[in-house]
Design a protein around this ligand. Structure first.
Ligand SMILES: *[C@@H]1O[C@H](CO)[C@@H](O)[C@H](O)[C@H]1NC(C)=O
Ligand SMILES: *[C@@H]1O[C@H](CO)[C@@H](O)[C@H](O)[C@H]1NC(C)=O
Ligand SMILES: *[C@@H]1O[C@H](CO)[C@@H](O)[C@H](O)[C@H]1NC(C)=O
Ligand SMILES: *[C@@H]1O[C@H](CO)[C@@H](O)[C@H](O)[C@H]1NC(C)=O
Length: 372
């Protein structure tokens, strides 16, 4: 599995959002690229790889950054410091930083999203805050929303975040109908029976291989193939979808898949269950994996939450559970909710009309909430 392609996927996600973001912002996108410092794995993405392949060709300046986490991972972060080169009004005015975090289908092995919430996001926030001297607007999609909510509920990021836009929010997975949910559930069953050979990649990769083959044939509506995974996206176009499927989406870590299975099974938003009271006690000081208390998300933090009726990963019923927790606590004027009738999971990051339907709303939201 090539870390490079995973990072590339991450920035495709980012690019779709950031390419369309309205101006006075500078954009950062990050991914738990790949490598443990401590294990000495050294297949780094080449410097400038992601920027050159995906960003500068569209006329933006782009810088590659590396952020080291407390647990020894190097995150690859791309920074777009301003608007399109040569466009009037895109000079070096002081810009507001926006951090964009992609979703679930990228990764490496030995972590669950607890680590992303505890180490990765805080490391990137620290880095961007230090570089810019400004608090940060956050945009998360899918798992990128989950880790932000988890981090915030643990009191992390709070000092450095200005607002958060949560697209296809994922917290509860009680009614997830995506085939990814099936794989997550199977991972739990396999684990119960000590089936170490269970391989989620083995289950999902044939799906992607077929998709890739079909998408290379001219005139095929290949994006319809995503429906079992994401719901029936209304608004994808070959031009955005092709690079995505070509860059081989890699299923995430085994631990993350199991964590997903635990969420589905237990119907709570909790930390990773290490499987026995001894192991949990060693890790957490308590026999059960502790729940994240989402009511701890600061009630005056501006939140923009956008969800789609046809999304099978961020199911409407699960989003309503989340809203049931957030709404009673949150300051009314700090919570903006958008419900999109014809959107599924990928439309939020690749929909041909996402610029008008979603990003323009996110942009106005950022403009209206500059003071947290
Ligand atoms: C994964 O990390 C845990 C600690 O977080 C460690 O106990 C375990 O041995 C690691 N597994 C692998 C395969 O590296
Ligand atoms: C903070 O930013 C300064 C200036 O860019 C840099 O020299 C320093 O190493 C940064 N510190 C951290 C902890 O990133
Ligand atoms: C859809 O993709 C085609 C082929 O790449 C492109 O010509 C067209 O402009 C795209 N349409 C939209 C709405 O982006
Ligand atoms: C969760 O957080 C809220 C708000 O901070 C607090 O009132 C509540 O007691 C917490 N619940 C648990 C179970 O800790």
């Amino acid at each position: 599995m090539a870390p490079q392609s995973m990072s590339r996927l991450a920035s495709i996600y980012s690019f779709c959002v950031l390419g369309l973001m309205v101006m006075p912002h500078q954009i950062y996108g990050s991914s738990r690229g790949s490598l443990a410092l401590t294990s000495g794995i050294s297949d780094h993405p080449p410097a400038d790889g992601i920027c050159a392949a995906l960003v500068t060709i569209h006329g933006y300046k782009c810088q590659e950054h590396e952020v080291v986490t407390e647990d020894g991972y190097i995150l690859s972060v791309q920074r777009i410091p301003g608007g399109r080169v040569g466009v009037a009004g895109n000079g070096d005015t002081k810009r507001q930083p926006v951090l964009i975090q992609h979703g679930v289908l990228v990764g490496y092995w030995n972590w669950s999203w607890d680590e992303l919430a505890k180490f990765d996001l805080p490391a990137v926030f620290d880095y961007v805050y230090n570089e810019t001297g400004q608090k940060i607007h956050y945009v998360g999609h899918s798992q990128g929303t989950l880790i932000a909510m988890a981090a915030l509920s643990e009191g992390l990021l709070v000092e450095k975040i200005k607002s958060a836009a949560l697209l296809s929010p994922v917290a509860y997975l009680n009614t997830v109908t995506s085939i990814l949910g099936v794989v997550c559930r199977e991972a739990i069953v396999a684990n119960l029976f000590g089936d170490s050979a269970f391989d989620p990649k083995g289950q999902l990769l044939p799906f992607f291989n077929i998709a890739r083959t079909l998408c290379d044939a001219p005139g095929i509506d290949c994006y319809g193939l995503l429906a079992p995974l994401t719901g029936p996206n209304c608004c994808l176009n070959v031009s955005t979808f092709h690079p995505f499927i070509r860059n081989e989406p890699q299923p995430t870590s085994m631990m993350n898949i199991r964590h997903c299975g635990q969420s589905i099974h237990e119907k709570v938003v909790a930390k990773y269950d290490y499987g026995s009271s001894e192991a949990n006690t060693a890790r957490y000081g308590e026999a059960k994996a502790p729940a994240y208390n989402l009511s701890n998300i600061p009630k005056n933090l501006p939140l923009f939450l956008s969800y789609g009726a046809l999304d099978t990963l961020s199911d409407v019923r699960d989003v309503n559970l989340l809203l049931g927790i957030l709404k009673p606590n949150h300051d009314v004027d700090k919570l903006t909710i958008q419900y999109i009738n014809n959107y599924a999971h990928m439309d939020f990051i690749m929909g041909v009309n996402a610029k008008d339907v979603v990003y323009s709303q996110v942009s106005s939201f950022f403009k209206n909430h500059t003071g947290f």
